[in-house]
Design a protein around this ligand. Structure first.
Ligand code: FAD
Ligand code: MLT
Ligand code: ZN
Length: 419
């Protein structure tokens, strides 16, 4: 593993590897969930762990420029001191690097409010396979001069270049944040609660997450977390972020009154102080961790038309029956993103064959995506065809061949083998 500190060092490493046909696996915080950040054979790991310098922060525009190895949570703490927040947040914030976030085009818990990194990343510095540095580190909201090359590297999972620095637009830190955690008696009610809260909360709605009762059981059993709301088949987490606490609380209370009186939610709690807000978020953010304590986990990260989101969980549960220990569904409902996870005591090839390609075929029938936010990495690369046309994959392969003609950058990842 090599740990460069500067872009010049990354250039030197790649130039050396390129000349000698040595394969390189870029690595950030190593929190990726599809096996993209770990070598398959003899790749050299190029870690950004020591590239953690903040380059500049503009307090008027909220534009942050930093090296790729900065940890997301540390960046958030830094910009919070200046009255801003990072435009993305995820359960792995304490370990993941902003370069890794950009390389995976990470979604997370704030996408509903601030949009994807494709909008908030303003510029990138990238070192290409042959060691040449590409300076697209603009700090401009608007720039229509030629092709937007940075977009090619956002979500490229380390296959086209090593991201060494990022310029990103940070929104103003909201003055008032509230969280409601509600229990719903059916998935139909979860959906109706979403449409109602969108209509009633409008611009202050900043997150709408859901989890089923199995998820709740697992965080309680394995992590000893306790929920103030119990006894429902579904739970939703609704966050508001705004600039006027009186106004926001009034809006939230009106919505809650409507949700409870019309039977959309049957139980619930509200948090306005930091400690309770964090505790409630943990119930949702730590599901991934709870699952790892439940046995071998088969993970799926699916985009679907929101109305069909939970049907996939129900159908998978019915198909697998007692062969699975738990089949759970949670995710970023506001973004149409389901995390379907299946656990079993240990890995079984026959169970895998019962899940795949069933889940992918099901998703393709609904015109969904087999990877909403985690990417394809090593684990899902063979299944790209369920979500992308043959011509699109061919064009991706041509881009790869043009930017990395020797195929030294993260080989065996993202694109199907044989490419
Ligand atoms: P790594 O895991 O180190 O790498 C991921 C990929 O990016 C690899 O292919 C690697 O080669 C490449 N890469 C890394 N750094 C660079 C670089 N500088 N240049 C080029 N390529 C690079 N993901 C979401 O989208 N939303 C979530 O809500 C979410 N929640 C999570 C919660 C938990 C508890 C965990 C464990 C993971 C979660 N993830 C989530 C997945 C993961 O955290 C994200 O994909 C994250 O963006 C990866 O960042 P990283 O720095 O750890 O990258
Ligand atoms: C999440 O939303 O919790 C993450 O994407 C991680 C996961 O899917 O387990
Ligand atoms: Zn997620």
């Amino acid at each position: 593993m090599l740990k460069p500190q500067t872009t010049a060092e990354v250039s030197q490493i790649l130039r050396y590897c390129y000349e000698r046909n040595l394969a390189v696996n870029p690595q950030g915080g190593n929190t990726g969930l599809v096996g993209g950040s770990v070598p398959v054979f003899d790749e050299i790991i190029l870690s950004t762990a020591l590239m953690n310098r903040i380059i500049s922060f503009d307090k008027v525009s909220g534009i942050l420029v930093c090296q790729a190895g900065c940890i997301l949570e540390k960046l958030n703490e830094y910009v919070e001191e200046q009255g801003f927040v990072m435009p993305l947040d995820l359960g792995a914030k304490g370990s993941c690097h902003v370069g890794g976030n950009v390389a995976t085009n990470a979604g997370g818990l704030r996408l509903l409010r601030y949009g994807s990194l494709r909008g908030t990343v303003l510029g990138l510095e990238v070192v290409l396979a042959d060691g040449s540095a590409l300076d697209c580190l603009a700090s401009l909201r608007k720039d229509n001069t030629g092709y937007d090359l940075k977009q090619l590297f956002i979500g490229s999972e380390g296959t086209l270049g090593v991201i060494t620095a990022v310029s990103i637009l940070c929104p103003q830190k909201p003055k008032a944040v509230n969280l409601a955690f509600l229990g719903c008696q059916s998935f139909a009610k979860v959906l109706e609660t979403f449409t109602t809260c969108r209509a009633m909360l409008g611009e202050i709605l900043s997150a709408y997450e859901f989890m089923d009762e199995k998820c709740m059981e697992l965080v309680e059993r394995h992590l000893k977390l306790s929920s103030p709301v119990t006894g429902s088949p579904f739970y939703v987490l609704i966050e508001t972020s705004g600039s006027n606490s009186t106004h926001d609380e009034e809006k939230l209370n009106n919505f809650l009154e409507q949700a409870m009186s019309s039977g959309l939610a049957t139980d619930g709690t509200v948090a306005t102080d930091d400690k309770k807000i964090k505790a409630l978020w943990s119930l949702r953010e730590r599901i991934t961790e709870a699952l790892t304590h439940d046995g071998h986990v088969y993970k799926y990260d699916i985009s679907l038309p929101v109305g069909k989101l939970y049907d996939l969980v129900t159908d998978t549960r019915a198909r697998l029956g007692p062969r699975a220990k738990n089949v759970v569904g949670y995710g970023h409902l506001g973004d149409g993103n389901l995390h379907l996870n299946i656990t079993a005591e240990s890995y079984s090839h026959s169970l895998l064959e019962a899940i795949e390609p069933f889940v992918y075929e099901w998703t393709a029938r609904c015109n969904g995506s087999i990877s909403a936010e985690h990417g394809l990495g090593f684990k899902k690369k063979q299944f790209i065809g369920y979500s992308k046309a043959k011509e699109a994959v061919l064009l991706m392969q041509r881009f790869k061949a043009m930017l990395d003609p020797k195929g030294i950058l993260n080989p065996y990842k993202m694109l199907p083998s044989g490419s």
